[in-house]
Design a protein around this ligand. Structure first.
Ligand code: ADP
Ligand code: NA
Length: 350
């Protein structure tokens, strides 16, 4: 089993990013790869481990839309620090950024001969993002699903986690692989593995601490609206204390929170962090007000985030380590990508 997954290299990371995205990767890694196997293999220079996760920062994708170069670079470093601080083990998993593995861009071009204009035209994300102004969009916004296909086909991924919004792009990757295998072969053998989708467990959606109906986001101008991964324990406690709530006690059933979005959000956060159901949490706190619930939530968050924020902050101040993590990951990724790319060139008569 080889799983490949990418994430946008954004900065200013917060609790929503952790519970909604990063933690899923850590769990995937822990479920798929056995601790120790990969280290032993690496140390002994042995063959590739049976189960492997490749996690990459999609920095090449980021240039398909207007961006600020210094922010992109900063975001890549922050996301790398956050991933490692949250539990991605750069020895066990292959953690890298696309830009340091030129085979991604190379394979994208080589697959562009196989991908059809009609297939890309049908992508709903293209239609949504381009809107009525197709002529004004970058070529990259149109063709980045081909880069996404390259991202996974390059490593002969067997499984790719996909949310609802990415299903169509993985279908496209499979169509491209199938047509390529059909049209070309390398020494009689098909070049690409067709990756299977798998649906990751539904992640929590965390809302703003100031307004329970807006997503917790780095773009919210109020720093009190979110818990940052870099917040120290005092800051976390203060933000939870100041979180908007109502004077009612917590109900015993989830239905009782239907028109109390701020209260529902705090219960959702507690449940997500404690890895319990919201019903279960209400079972424990039913009848209690926020005077009791908030300190419990604050303690739980501090306990969970303390080691993460400490490591995150340490890593951010240690550029050398971050650069080394990404350089090692990229070298391992390039080694895996080499044979696939050789077969592609051969199959195409290049
Ligand atoms: P932001 O909204 O702060 O700009 P991004 O759009 O960069 O965050 O999201 C990066 C990842 O984190 C995505 O996978 C996204 O689904 C997840 N994410 C962001 N905010 C939240 C949130 N409030 N709750 C759950 N997941 C979130
Ligand atoms: Na966003």
């Amino acid at each position: 089993m080889r799983v490949v997954s990418g994430i946008q290299p954004t900065g200013n990371l917060h609790l929503g990013n952790y519970l909604g995205a990063i933690r899923n990767w850590v769990r995937m890694q822990d479920e798929i790869t056995a601790d120790g196997d990969d280290r032993a293999q690496l140390a002994g220079g042995g063959s590739a481990p049976k189960n492997q996760c490749l996690f990459f920062l999609a920095d090449l994708h980021a240039i398909s839309q207007p961006h600020v170069p210094a922010e992109l670079h900063r975001g890549s470093l922050e996301m790398t620090a956050a991933l490692v601080a949250c539990g991605i083990d750069p020895m066990r998993s292959i953690l890298f950024n696309q830009a340091q593995v030129p085979q991604h861009a190379e394979l994208q071009w080589l697959l562009s001969g196989t991908a059809r204009m009609g297939w890309l035209n049908r992508m709903t994300q293209w239609k949504d993002k381009a809107g009525k102004n197709r002529e004004g969009q970058s070529v990259a916004l149109f063709s980045y699903p081909v880069l996404q296909a390259a991202d996974v086909l390059l490593y002969q991924a067997t499984h790719v986690p996909v949310g609802e919004d990415q299903k169509q792009h993985l279908e496209l990757a499979r169509d491209i692989a199938q047509k390529f295998n059909n049209d070309f072969a390398s020494e009689g053998a098909p070049v690409f593995t067709l990756p299977e989708p798998f649906i990751p467990p539904v992640a929590a959606r965390i809302m703003s601490l100031r307004d329970g109906t807006a997503k917790m986001s780095k773009s919210d101008p109020s720093d009190l609206s979110r818990i940052n991964l870099s917040d120290d324990p005092d800051t976390v406690m203060r933000k939870i204390k100041k979180a908007k709530t109502d004077p009612e006690p917590l109900p015993g059933e989830l239905a009782g929170l239907a028109d109390r979005p701020e209260a529902l959000n705090l219960v959702t956060i507690y449940a997500a962090v404690a890895d319990r159901s919201a019903e279960d949490v209400l079972g424990e706190f039913a009848g209690q007000g926020f005077g009791a619930f908030k300190p419990a939530l604050g303690d739980l968050l501090v306990e969970t985030l303390r080691p993460i924020s400490r490591r995150f902050t340490e890593l951010l101040e240690d550029r050398e380590s971050l650069d080394a993590i990404l350089a090692t990951g990229a070298a391992r990724a390039r080694t895996l990508a080499g044979p696939t790319l050789d077969s592609v060139y051969r199959a195409l008569g290049l």
